[in-house]
Design a protein around this ligand. Structure first.
Ligand code: PDD
Length: 285
């Protein structure tokens, strides 16, 4: 059965989900997006995702396509129409359709498209085996705090990881880890502190990051929001990533260097468990 897509107020079959070639998202990457988790048919931490969407739009002086209430109603209807129990909901807002010109058009109407992807998120073999990653230079633009669809550098990074036979890549700038291709990056130091880069223009403010750091503090961990080098990561006691599609995912090998005993560590495992348990019990984390 074909999936139902949402395109500017209409719920349509995949083959009819189309936008104009003059859409600025297509021509300039002039669009922002969000990916929300769905567990047991419910959207997880969606309020926080919509808040970050509003911030991305504001940073680019892009008009919201409709109210948050209308977005939520459309999201819920789409999840229901696609009978989705577990997976992801992708939402993209572009500045809309206008003849090609770099400056923002005066009267463009923002476009909103959404679709769902069924995915096993809870039962992930990677969570028990751990991820292998490589490090690569961060070749992205300088406003990574805005969640734009300009994702060619992360695509190149992910492909470099695939070519190297590993799961993902961590990006380096001035010798420091920024983040993974589509996730935030963490290490656990030998004195059990959880370290991740501070927020700023250099990384995306992850919604999962926000929740996981809160849970880590509640569980009694010290959280250090400071950048770390790739050497510090290779020598760490544990490493992990967070994102809406992976929750907390342990990293067990960096550039061929095995971390600890090569198995997911206790801190990452505990944080993954807390995140999943809380997400199954509450919608807003
Ligand atoms: N990516 N950093 C980057 C560069 C990301 O693209 C993402 C999310 C994150 C984690 O953010 P969050 O916890 O809000 O998912 C960090 C999504 C999942 C994607 O592009 O598919």
């Amino acid at each position: 059965m074909s999936r139902t897509f949402y395109v500017n107020g209409e719920f349509v079959a995949e083959e009819n989900a189309k936008i104009s070639v003059l859409d600025r998202g297509f021509l300039f990457g002039d669009a922002v997006y969000e990916v929300s988790t769905i567990l047991k048919g419910r959207l997880i931490d969606n309020t926080a995702h919509l808040k970050r969407l509003a911030r991305s739009l504001a940073e680019l002086a892009m008009a919201p396509p409709c109210s948050d209430e209308e977005i939520v109603a459309a999201q819920l209807k789409l999840v229901e129409m696609n009978n989705l129990d577990e997976g992801l909901l992708y939402l993209q807002v572009s500045r809309g359709v206008a003849d090609r010109d770099f400056a923002y058009p005066a009267n463009a109407k923002s476009s909103l498209v959404m679709f769902t992807q069924a995915k096993n998120l809870l039962d992930s073999p990677m969570a028990t085996q751990g991820m292998h990653i490589i490090s690569i230079p961060d070749q992205r633009w300088k406003r990574r705090d805005i969640k734009t669809v300009g994702l060619l550098a992360p695509c190149m990074g992910k492909q470099a990881a695939v070519d190297a036979g590993v799961h993902d890549a961590w990006m380096l700038e001035d010798g420091l880890v920024t983040e993974g291709t589509s996730n935030n990056a963490y290490i656990v130091t030998h004195d059990k502190k959880i370290q991740t880069r501070h927020l700023g223009h250099e990384i995306l403010s992850g919604i999962t990051r926000q929740a996981v750091l809160k849970f880590a503090k509640q569980a009694g961990y010290t959280v250090v929001e400071e950048p770390f080098t790739i050497d510090e990561a290779r020598e760490a006691s544990e490493a992990f990533i967070t994102s809406a599609s992976t929750f907390v995912m342990p990293v067990v090998n960096i550039d061929g260097v095995v971390l600890g005993d090569g198995k997911p560590g206790p801190v990452s495992t505990e944080l993954r468990k807390i995140y999943i348990q809380t997400a199954l019990e509450h919608q807003d984390l």
